[in-house]
Design a protein around this ligand. Structure first.
Ligand code: ATP
Length: 613
C-alpha cells in the first residue's frame, strides 16, 4: 500500500483539465502528484504480451499501485485508450494522415518515408518506435499529466488552424518520447491502443489494490453500472475505499447502464416466472432513451450510453415541459409517428435522426412521441433499489401526459387470457408486443434478467406480397396536414357475405400532393354513415361507399382485436391486421369486388406462420 501513496515532488504536474462536465469529482491532479509516462508504456508492453486475464489483472494492479491517488482517474481512462468515459463523447480522433505527419516531424524524416514503412509494418506505432530509436535520444521525460493534458487539448481543438496546431502538439509530444512511449502514444491517438483490458479487468485490479481483494469487485461493479464511469469509480475507491463506493448513487448527467429483458413466447410461463402477476407494458418499436433532467438542462443517452441530445431537440423540449420533477432520470422509448394520423411508425423511420446537421427538417418530417417506462431518480432520491411497482407509480406521477409524451400503456395482469388480449391490443396499436415486469423487481443496471420478460411473437417475417384493398373510411389529419386525411380505413373483400372487412389504417407512403388531393378525389363516394356492406369495429370520421382500390404492402399480418377481416378464423374474438401498411399505387384497373379477399389474407397469415415456424 505504501507504494500507492508514493509521491514525487519533481516535475510537479500543472493540473489536468477539470472533469466537471461529467459532474464527477475533479480528475484534476493534486499539486505535486506526478508519474512518468514511461511507467505506463512499460506496463502496456507487458500487458500486451499476455492473454491471461489473471496475469493482466496483476500487471494492471501493479500499475495502479504505482499511481498517485490523484492520477488514478486519468490512468484508468488512458489505459482503455480514452480521456473520458465514453458517454462524454470526447474522441482524440486524429486521422492517420495527421499522425503520419506528426511522426515524420518528430523523427525528422519526410512523410513519404513514414508512409512507406507503414505499408510494410501495418502499424504506425511500430513505425514511430523504429524511427525514433535512431539517433541519440534522452531517457524518459514525459509525465502522465503532460500526455493527458496535450491529448485533451488536441481532442478539444477546433476551428481554423486547429489541424496544424494538433499536428504540432502531437509532434512535440513524440519528440520528447522514448521509442516505446512513442509506440503507445501513436496507437492511442489513432484509436488503436487496444491492450485488451476490459472493464471487468479494471474493476478486478481496482478491487485488489484499493478494496482488499477481488471479492470486492461486485461492489465496484454496481457503482460502475450506476454511473458508467470507470474513472469515477477508481477515484472514489482510491480516495475513500469500499465504503465510499457503497455510497455511490445514480448521478444526473452520468448514464446508468440499462436493465435488459429476457424473452419468452408463452404467456403462462411468463406469469409463472414473475410470480403470478406483473405489470405488462407495450413494447414500443423505437429507440431507447435515458433522459436526464436538471432544472432546464436535459441530456439524452442512447441504449449504448452515447450522448445523443443533439438528435432529439424535440424530446429535450418535451422533457422540459412534461417532466414535473426538478431533477429526474427516466427511461422511455422514442417512436416515429405519422404526422398526419398520429399512428406509430416502425423503427426504421427514426434512422434519418442519426445525423449531425439538418435535424430541424427531419424533425418536421418525422415527428416523434416518447413513451416513458421507468423512473430511476427523482429530486434527490435514487430509485434503482425500489420495486418496479413503486417506480411505475412515481413515473406516472411525475409526468404531465399528452400525445407526444406519456407513460407506456400498461396494465396489471394476473391471468393468461388477459395477457394474451393485452398483447394483441399492443400489436394492433403498432407495438412489437409487451414487456412484462415483476412488481417487486429492482432496477438491475447493466444486467439481463428475469425481472423483465419480453413477449414478442416467436415468428417474424416479411409480408412479401402486396394486397389490393378498398377504401371504406377516413380519419381527419392533424397538425401539419390538417385539412386532409390522416389515414384511410382499408378493407379486404369477403365474397361469401358480400362484405368489406377492415384490415388496416393506411397513413404511410403517400406524397404530400397525393394527400392534398385525396378529399377531392374521394368526395363522390362519401356517405353520411357506414355502408351496410362494410364491417368495421372502428368508427371513421368520414365513410365511403366501397369504390376505390389501392395496392398496399405491409410488414406482416398479425392478430388484431380491432380489425374484422378473418374474425374468429384464427382465434376466437380476433381478426387480422396488416402491420405497418404503406400505399404503393392506385389500382384503378380494379373494382372493389376484385380486391384481395379475406380468405386470401387468412391464407397469407397461415403461410407466414408456417414459414417462420
Ligand atoms: P430488442 O431488440 O427486442 O429491442 P434489446 O436487446 O434492445 O431487445 P431488451 O432488453 O432485450 O433490449 O428488450 C427491451 C427493449 O425494448 C428495451 O431496450 C427498449 O428499447 C424496448 N422497450 C420498448 N418498450 C419498453 C418498455 N415498456 N419497457 C422496457 N423496454 C421497452
Amino acid at each position: 500500500m505504501a507504494a500507492s501513496r508514493r509521491r514525487s515532488t519533481k516535475n510537479a504536474g500543472k493540473g489536468l483539465p477539470d472533469n466537471a462536465r461529467s459532474g464527477a469529482p475533479s480528475a484534476g491532479v493534486q499539486k505535486r502528484a506526478t508519474m512518468k509516462y514511461a511507467v505506463l508504456a512499460d506496463a502496456y508492453q507487458r500487458i500486451e504480451s499476455t492473454s491471461s486475464r489473471l496475469a493482466m489483472t496483476e500487471l494492471l494492479a501493479g500499475l495502479f499501485r504505482k499511481t498517485p491517488q490523484a492520477l488514478i482517474g486519468p490512468m484508468v481512462y488512458l489505459t482503455q485508450g480514452k480521456l473520458y468515459p465514453d458517454f462524454e463523447g470526447v474522441e482524440i480522433g486524429v486521422a492517420e494522415k495527421m499522425a503520419i505527419r506528426a511522426v515524420a516531424h518528430a523523427a525528422e524524416v519526410p512523410s513519404a518515408t513514414v508512409e512507406q514503412k507503414l505499408a510494410t509494418a501495418g502499424d504506425l506505432g511500430l513505425v514511430a518506435e523504429a524511427l525514433l530509436a535512431k539517433g541519440n535520444r534522452r531517457g524518459p521525460v514525459l509525465t502522465l499529466e503532460q500526455v493527458y493534458r496535450e491529448l485533451d487539448r488536441t481532442a478539444h481543438a477546433s476551428g481554423k488552424g486547429a489541424q496544424t496546431a494538433k499536428m504540432h502538439a502531437l509532434a512535440g509530444l513524440l519528440a520528447r518520447a522514448t521509442p516505446r512511449e512513442a509506440k503507445y502514444l501513436v496507437r492511442m491517438i489513432t484509436g488503436r491502443l487496444r491492450l485488451g483490458v476490459g472493464d471487468m479487468t479494471v474493476l478486478d485490479a481496482l478491487a485488489v489494490v484499493f478494496a482488499g481483494g477481488k471479492q470486492a469487485r461486485k461492489v465496484l461493479e454496481r457503482a460502475y453500472n450506476l454511473t458508467s464511469d470507470l474513472g469515477y469509480v477508481a477515484r472514489t475507491v482510491a480516495a475513500g475505499g469500499l465504503d465510499a463506493v457503497r455510497k455511490i448513487h445514480v448521478v444526473v448527467g452520468k448514464p446508468i447502464r440499462p436493465m435488459l429483458a429476457e424473452r419468452l413466447g408463452d404467456p403462462q410461463e411468463i406469469l409463472q416466472k414473475l410470480g403470478g402477476q406483473c405489470i405488462a407494458e407495450y413494447k414500443y418499436d423505437g429507440e431507447r432513451l435515458q433522459i436526464h433532467k436538471k432544472g432546464t438542462q436535459v441530456d439524452i443517452f442512447s441504449r449504448r450510453l452515447e450522448k445523443i441530445t443533439a438528435q432529439y431537440p424535440d424530446v429535450v423540449d418535451l422533457a422540459r415541459t412534461h417532466l414535473r420533477a426538478r431533477e429526474a432520470i427516466m427511461e422511455g422509448e422514442v417512436v416515429a409517428i405519422n404526422p398526419t394520423s398520429g399512428d406509430l411508425l416502425s423503427f426504421q423511420e427514426l434512422m434519418p435522426r442519426r445525423r449531425k446537421y439538418g435535424i430541424e427538417q427531419v424533425m418536421a418530417d418525422i415527428p416523434t412521441a416518447v413513451f416513458a417506462f421507468d423512473a430511476l431518480y427523482v429530486d434527490g432520491t435514487d430509485l434503482t433499489e425500489q420495486p418496479h411497482a413503486e417506480r411505475h407509480r412515481l413515473l406516472e406521477s411525475m409526468i404531465t401526459p399528452d400525445d407526444r409524451f406519456h407513460p407506456a400503456v400498461s396494465r396489471r395482469v394476473s391471468a393468461v387470457r388477459e395477457l394474451e388480449e393485452f398483447f394483441e391490443q399492443a400489436v394492433a396499436d403498432g407495438c412489437e408486443g409487451l414487456v412484462c415486469k415483476a412488481l417487486g423487481g429492482v432496477y438491475q443496471a447493466g444486467a439481463r434478467g428475469w425481472q423483465w420478460i419480453k413477449f414478442k411473437r416467436e415468428y417474424r417475417s416479411e409480408m412479401t406480397d402486396a394486397v389490393d384493398l378498398v377504401v371504406v373510411g377516413a380519419f381527419h389529419g392533424r397538425g401539419r396536414r390538417g385539412g386532409t386525411y390522416g389515414a384511410l380505413l382499408m378493407a379486404a373483400y369477403d365474397p361469401k357475405d358480400e362484405m368489406f372487412r377492415t384490415v388496416c389504417k393506411l397513413g404511410s407512403g403517400f406524397t404530400d400532393e397525393f394527400l392534398a388531393a385525396l378529399p377531392g378525389q374521394l368526395r363522390s363516394s362519401t356517405r353520411p354513415d357506414r355502408d351496410p356492406h362494410v364491417d368495421s369495429r372502428l368508427t371513421a370520421d368520414v365513410w365511403f361507399t366501397p369504390t376505390v382500390v389501392y395496392e398496399v404492402i405491409g410488414a406482416e399480418i398479425t392478430l388484431s382485436p380491432v380489425h374484422t377481416a378473418g374474425w374468429n378464423a384464427i382465434r376466437e374474438g380476433a381478426g387480422l391486421a396488416i402491420r405497418f401498411p404503406r400505399f404503393r399505387r392506385v389500382r384503378d384497373d380494379k373494382g372493389p369486388t376484385e380486391a384481395t379477399t379475406v380468405a386470401e389474407i387468412v391464407a397469407m397469415y397461415k403461410h407466414q406462420l408456417k414459414r417462420a415456424g
